[in-house]
Design a protein around this ligand. Structure first.
Ligand code: DSN
Length: 420
């Protein structure tokens, strides 16, 4: 029972050790990834994983839930305080399941929904054909404008009046511009639709008031906890008081059964961390760093979709370099820089190749990097992508990345890839 992981399963222990090494020695520019604190990691690896707790605090289907009730109540109360929400459900296992529960709470199969499609920056669960959302609900999509590459609210308004959706979805995975939720509320009210925000990416910025607040304007808000919020891998839902019962019933027993109580405990820790001045300063720096990176990339000739960013991420259009996003991501990985390929609006190639990449600043900002390092990263990215034939350039950059990473350790007191 008490043997160490490395004794019980040396192969997994070794993979974790190497993962720690990888995370320490590369630049994570994937905007949905981050480094959770050691406290969050410890909570996520705790004994609450052993407990079944279907139901909600004070009303469980199993006995022995006193301590997990404490954890869940703390998570709920902290999230309510952090965001000023009427009601919070912290049980969704993932962002996709939070969205599934949100639709389940407010819609019937076949209801109409208006959303941004995946290839313009939305998410699979925003009505993609191969996803449950596209199968069970009737989605109509608005897109970004071909010229400005931002969402044109006049187009959204016209579509809303034509389609009369039951729910309008706002909030995205690959859209670099701020969202004016008050304007979206007006459109939703004009057609008597629910307004739902999926803030999985920007939730940390919202908590720190670095992005407009959806809470006063949206009926329901879904989010992950592991991106800019820097918590454990998971999700939660906020909603207006009148939808509280529907949301709770949708999460359990609607789309999930046993909640992951160890992850809920870690969510409580993350919400507590997000109430601190240092978290607010971190979110402020995320935005400064993203803007600095965007500017430095544009100065080196890269075209950014919509001309820049207001948030933590940006989309780089690689068509002028005659390069696929998939190729760019592989070249950069060889040089120690991790980005993800990403379709750009009106892309002519498949999403498996994609014409863009989606760099972001949350993880490198957690390491303590600031504007000068963003300039250095842009310079290294430029050297790699402007000279794709040169293996020696990638080797040189890899060496520089290693040196930069050594100056900004991720977990000073962690020597194995786990906290136990
Ligand atoms: N996979 C997430 C992202 O990278 O944005 C969205 O679910």
């Amino acid at each position: 029972m008490n043997r160490a992981l490395s004794q019980v399963d040396p192969e997994i222990a070794r993979a974790m050790e190497q993962e720690l090494d990888r995370q320490q020695n590369c630049l994570v520019m994937i905007p949905s990834e981050n480094y959770a604190s050691k406290a969050v990691l410890q909570a996520q690896g705790c004994i609450m994983t052993n407990k079944y707790a279907e139901g909600y605090p004070g009303a469980r289907w199993y006995n022995g839930c006193e301590q997990v009730d404490t954890a869940e109540n703390l998570a709920i109360e902290r999230a309510k305080e952090l965001f000023g929400a009427d009601h919070v459900n912290v049980q969704p296992h993932t962002g996709s399941q939070a969205n599934m529960a949100a639709y389940y709470a407010l819609l019937q199969p076949g209801d109409r929904v208006l959303s941004l499609p995946l290839d313009h920056g939305g998410h699979l669960t925003h009505g993609q054909n191969s996803n449950f959302s596209g199968r069970y609900y009737r989605f109509t999509h608005y897109g970004v404008d071909r010229e400005t590459e931002v969402i044109d609210l006049d187009v959204v308004r016209r579509l809303a009046h034509r389609e009369k959706p039951k729910l309008i979805s706002v909030g995205y995975s690959a859209y670099p511009r701020a969202i004016d939720f008050a304007e979206w509320r007006k459109i939703a009210d004009e057609v008597d639709a629910y307004l739902m925000a999926d803030v999985a990416h920007i939730v940390g910025l919202i908590a720190a008031k670095e992005h407009p607040d959806p809470v006063p304007y949206c009926d329901i808000i879904t989010s992950t906890t592991h991106k800019t919020l820097r918590g454990p891998r998971g999700a939660f839902i906020m909603c207006r008081r009148e939808y509280a019962d529907a949301v709770d019933r949708a999460c359990f027993p609607g789309v999930q059964a046993g909640p992951l109580m160890h992850v809920i405990a870690a969510k409580a820790v993350a919400f507590k961390e997000a109430m601190t001045d240092s978290f607010r300063a971190y979110q402020h720096q995320i935005v400064l760093n993203a803007k600095a990176l965007a500017k430095a990339l544009m100065e080196r000739g890269f075209r950014l979709v919509s001309g820049g960013t207001d948030t933590h991420l940006m989309l780089v259009d690689l068509r002028p370099l005659n390069m696929f996003g998939a190729t760019a991501a592989d070249l950069l990985e060889e040089a120690g820089i991790l980005v993800n390929k990403n379709s750009i609006p009106f892309d002519h190639v498949s999403s498996a190749l994609a014409s863009g990449i989606r760099p972001g600043s949350p993880a490198v900002t957690t390491r303590g990097m600031k504007e000068p390092e963003m300039e250095q990263i842009a310079e290294m990215m430029s050297r790699v992508l402007h000279d794709p034939e040169s293996e020696s350039v990638r080797k040189e950059v890899l060496q520089e990345v290693r040196e930069l990473c050594a100056r900004f350790p991720i977990y000073e007191d962690l020597t194995e890839g786990h906290c136990g």
